[in-house]
Write a protein that binds this ligand. Structure first.
Ligand code: CTP
Ligand code: MG
Length: 230
């Protein structure tokens, strides 16, 4: 089966509170979206790449990626899962049912080539697919309501992992899982949760904890530092 790449990049970056969506902020004078796409496309031989953009996006033509013939674009949706569904639909004519799709957040420019290879190699014979994830490092508290809530209990973090991207699934299984979640009104914040909702159990592949999602202003400096090291 072939490998395809889907990059949801249709968010508005509300938590970043910048003058443009965070994927168009620059790190070392490059757009975050350009860094993310080149790291992915330079590491894995994808057959094609679909980037979901906001309908109000007017920054894309300024990216280096917009001149890359391997990359196609489509219009995303209200939620991240809507953007991913739109991108998968836009690929429909080109893919085979059991081809692999890697879905990766535009806002994760620090993804490491070693992790990409590890994910693809580990899952190549897996019936469902899976995702990069990292064990939780902090002690976790379950709390009550309010701004400074009371601690109810400490949660055992031994079996808790943070979901990262890329997440890698078979094209048809993923489309069906996302459609089913959408039709049931079940909100999914990543592809794995849609697969779980359909009763398919994805595999966790341990990834580097520095594959951060650039979310708040402080993450820009952090991502710049991480990128300076490899
Ligand atoms: N995304 C998308 N379509 C949406 C919402 C999000 O394609 N309707 C993308 C974002 O562009 C981002 C990724 O999904 O690359 C992860 O989402 P998130 O980090 O939440 O980005 P935003 O939604 O843009 O940020 P915020 O939640 O702070 O508004
Ligand atoms: Mg969001």
């Amino acid at each position: 089966p072939k490998l395809w790449l889907v990059v949801p990049a249709a968010g508005i970056g509300q938590r970043m509170q910048a003058e443009c969506p965070k994927q168009y902020l620059r790190i070392n004078s490059r757009f975050i979206l350009d860094i993310t796409l080149s790291r992915l496309l330079d590491s894995v031989p994808f057959s094609g790449c679909m980037v979901a953009l906001n309908s109000a996006d007017h920054w894309w033509p300024d990216t280096g990626a917009s001149a890359d013939r391997r990359i196609q674009t489509c219009t995303g949706g209200t939620e991240r899962s809507d953007s991913v569904r739109a991108a998968l639909l836009a690929l429909a004519e080109q893919v085979a049912e059991d081809d692999w799709v890697l879905v990766h957040d535009a806002a994760r420019p620090c993804v490491h080539p070693g992790d990409l290879h590890k994910l693809v190699e580990t899952l190549s014979d897996h019936p469902v697919g899976g995702l990069l994830a990292a064990p939780v490092a902090d002690t976790l508290k379950k709390v009550g309501k309010g701004t400074n809530p009371e601690v109810l209990e400490t949660v055992d973090r031994g079996h808790l992992w943070r979901a990262l991207t890329p997440q890698m699934f078979r094209y048809r299984m993923l489309v069906n899982a996302l459609e089913r979640a959408h039709e049931s009104g079940h909100r999914v914040t990543d592809e794995s949760s849609a697969m779980e909702f359909s009763g398919n159990m994805p595999l966790l592949v341990e990834g580097r904890p520095d594959n951060i999602k650039v979310t708040v202003p402080a993450d820009l400096d952090l991502a710049g530092f991480i990128l300076s090291r490899f």
